[in-house]
Design a protein around this ligand. Structure first.
Ligand code: F6P
Length: 354
């Protein structure tokens, strides 16, 4: 009798990021080389609940996906999958229902593409016996266990391009540009360096507005009529906290910095909040490649029966790391890392200078 065709599932969860479709494509193509069937689950983990929402993905379905932003499977931010209240195996628990659905669908593996929130859900499902394999996505690059998440490079490109454009309009106005990154400063630090910012403010290095003002004055004295200040949305003044514009939405820091600078320098300041543009558009070549390597490696992990792990970039290599490690802490910028030291040696100010 012919053996039953092997099946794996794939889903995208949390915020979108450039490269999601490229991972899906790599998963489908790699699985099809093994003769496996791929089930694409819609709307993140939500597609596993209720009447279930999914479809079979063939090579034809992923044609032309490599450069396409967004996700053909759609995504949900947590949905029913909040923190588990207890270890009870209640029939109404969404985690228990999802594990049952994975079994009913006959999936030998479920590839979960997402950031920290997604991999936490995947870890819980794994603890209940589900054969999950994570793929690290987020423009923030804040997921532990990997040197790089896909999506980051594209966001960096958008942010750097925005700084270049700001330079050409700055002439006599100081510019404050807020970039994303949640509680970490990876995008601000990289884009600030790549775009030639004068000041970079990141959550990992609390700042004082006086030091920022000193830099603006110093540039003024040298004949530079404007300064470019790149601010991570999670940056905070020394002794202060992160600034939200609404419940759970960072971004208030830019206007605060702008107002304080105007007050202290008497000069005009304009504030730009770059926002979701950083998550849009076609993935960069680097992200296409990383997404493709991650998708193929996730299928390889499934072939080797490696579950409860996340594919990750370590140096030049793709490896797998335990999901528990990926969810254990946030990957933050080290204040004494070479990138920060490099920026300081160029005269870029972080606002903590003595
Ligand atoms: O985690 C990705 C991210 O874009 C963060 O940089 C940002 O703080 C957050 O998501 C924005 O979330 P939302 O899309 O729900 O506004």
């Amino acid at each position: 009798m012919a053996s039953k065709k092997q099946r794996i599932g794939v889903l995208t969860s949390g915020g979108d990021a450039p490269g999601l479709n490229a991972v899906i494509r790599a998963v489908v193509k790699s699985a099809s080389s093994l003769g496996w069937e791929v089930i694409g689950i819609h709307d993140g983990f939500e597609g596993l609940l209720g009447t279930k929402s999914y479809r079979v993905l063939t090579n034809a379905d992923v044609q032309g996906l490599l450069p396409r932003g967004g996700t053909i499977l759609r995504t949900t931010n947590k949905g029913h999958f909040g923190p588990r209240r207890s270890d009870e195996l209640s029939e109404t628990d969404p985690y228990v229902r999802a594990v049952k659905a994975i079994e009913e669908m006959g999936l030998r593996a479920l590839i979960t593409i997402g950031g920290e929130g997604t991999q936490r859900i995947a870890l819980e499902l794994h603890k209940l016996g589900a054969p999950v394999i994570g793929v690290p996505k987020t423009i923030d690059n804040d997921l532990a266990g990997t040197d790089r998440t896909f999506g980051f490079d594209t966001a960096l490109q958008v942010a750097t391009d925005a700084i270049d454009r700001l330079h050409t309009t700055a002439a006599s106005h100081n510019r404050v540009m807020v970039v994303m990154g949640r509680h970490t400063g990876w995008i601000a630090l990289h884009a600030g360096l790549a775009g030639g910012a004068d000041v970079i403010l990141i959550p990992e290095i609390p700042f004082t507005i006086e030091r920022v003002t000193d830099k603006v004055h110093a540039r003024d004295a040298q004949g530079s009529a404007f300064s470019i200040i790149v601010v991570a949305e999670g940056a905070r003044p020394r002794g202060g906290s992160e600034m939200y514009i609404a419940e759970g939405r960072l971004g208030g820091i830019g206007h605060w910095v702008g107002e304080q600078l105007e007050r202290l320098t008497g000069k005009d300041v304009r504030v730009v909040v770059l926002g979701h543009l950083q998550r849009g558009g076609s993935p960069s070549p680097y992200d296409r490649l990383l997404s493709t390597r991650y998708g193929a490696a996730a299928v390889q992990a499934a072939a080797r029966g490696i579950y409860g792990e996340m594919v990750a970039l370590r140096g030049q290599d793709i490896v797998t790391v335990p999901l528990a490690e990926a969810c254990g802490y946030l990957n933050r910028v080290r204040p004494h890392s070479d990138l920060v030291l490099c920026a300081r040696s160029l005269g870029i100010v972080f606002g903590d200078e003595l």
